[in-house]
Design a protein around this ligand. Structure first.
Ligand code: PEP
Ligand code: MN
Length: 257
C-alpha cells in the first residue's frame, strides 16, 4: 500500500499524513513536489522544498518515498530525495524522461496514460528496461471515458491482461481513477480481487482545503479502515518493493506473445 497526499502542501501536513499512513500499515509514502497540473494557474507544487519535506517525512517514519518527476533535468535532484521515481500518466510517453529514469538507479513507478493502450504502456516500460533498469512497477489509474460520474474509468481488466504479458509488478490507483473518495475503498478491494500487487491512494486530513484532488482524498481514518480490510484479505499486500530483486526477469518485449 502506497499512501499519502496528492501534493506536499507543507511540512506539518506531510509529516502528519506520513505518520498516520505508517501507523495504518502503508509500505510507502507518496506525495507530489512537482505537480503536473492541467492549468498553469493551479498550484504547481513546492518543488525542491517539497522534496526536502518528503525526505524528512521518510526519515521520521521509515517509509520510503515515491514522488513524481516531470522533467529529465530534475531526475538527479528528485532521485537524491526519494526511493522511487514516479512517471505520471501525462508523461507516460515522454521518451527522453523515460530514458533518463531508466539510468537513475532507482525503481520507477510508471503510470498508464489516460488514453494509452496496454501495448503502449508496455512499450513505454521498455524504454526504462532498455536502459538497464529492471525495477519498474506499472500502475493502472483509469482511462478516459464518456461519463463524468467518475473522473476516469478504472480498467481493472488491465491487471489480469498485463499479468499474462509481463513479469513486472502491477498496482492500481483508485483515487485518480474514480476522483471520488466514496468509491476508493470498493475499487481498492476490487483491485486486490483482480490480482493487483498493490494500491496507491491519496490521503488528506482536511480534504476540503486540499490544494489539489481533495474530492478523492481519503481521511486518515478511512485509510486505516481500508488498510485493515486489505491486510485481512491479503497479508502480503503492500510489499511490492520487497520482492526478490535478484530473480531473473525477461524484458517486457521478449515476454510478449
Ligand atoms: C499522481 O499520482 O500524483 C498523479 C498526478 O496521477 P496521474 O499521473 O495518474 O494523473
Ligand atoms: Mn492527485
Amino acid at each position: 500500500m502506497i499512501a499519502g497526499p496528492c501534493a506536499v502542501e507543507s511540512r506539518e501536513q506531510t509529516l502528519a499524513i506520513a505518520r498516520a499512513v505508517a501507523r495504518s500499515g502503508a509500505a510507502m509514502l507518496r506525495g507530489g513536489a512537482f505537480k503536473p497540473r492541467t492549468s498553469p494557474h493551479s498550484f504547481q507544487g513546492l518543488g525542491t522544498e517539497g522534496l526536502a519535506i518528503l525526505a524528512e517525512a521518510s526519515r521520521a517514519t521509515g517509509l520510503p518515498v515515491v514522488t513524481e518527476v516531470l522533467d529529465p533535468r530534475d531526475v538527479e535532484l528528485v532521485a537524491a530525495h526519494a526511493a522511487m521515481l514516479q512517471i505520471g500518466s501525462r508523461n507516460m510517453q515522454n521518451f527522453p524522461l523515460l530514458r533518463e529514469v531508466g539510468r537513475c538507479g532507482l525503481p520507477v513507478l510508471l503510470k498508464r496514460g489516460a488514453s494509452a493502450t496496454l501495448d503502449e504502456l508496455l512499450a513505454a516500460a521498455d524504454y526504462i528496461l532498455e536502459e538497464g533498469n529492471q525495477r519498474v512497477v506499472l500502475c493502472e489509474r483509469g482511462v478516459r471515458g464518456f461519463d463524468p460520474s467518475t473522473r476516469y474509468v478504472l480498467d481493472l481488466a488491465a491487471i489480469p491482461a498485463l499479468r499474462l504479458r509481463t513479469p513486472l509488478p502491477l498496482i492500481v490507483d483508485p483515487s485518480h481513477a474514480t476522483g471520488r473518495r466514496e468509491l476508493v475503498a470498493p475499487m481498492a478491494l476490487a483491485a486486490l480481487a483482480a490480482g493487483a500487487d498493490g494500491i496507491m491512494v491519496e490521503v488528506h486530513p482536511d480534504p476540503a482545503h486540499a490544494l489539489s484532488d481533495g474530492r478523492q482524498a481519503l481521511l486518515p481514518g478511512d485509510f486505516e479502515e481500508l488498510a485493515d480490510r486489505l491486510a485481512a484479505l491479503a497479508p502480503q499486500f503492500g510489499r511490492v518493493l520487497e520482492r526478490d530483486r535478484s530473480a531473473p526477469r525477461n524484458a517486457v518485449s521478449r515476454s510478449r506473445a
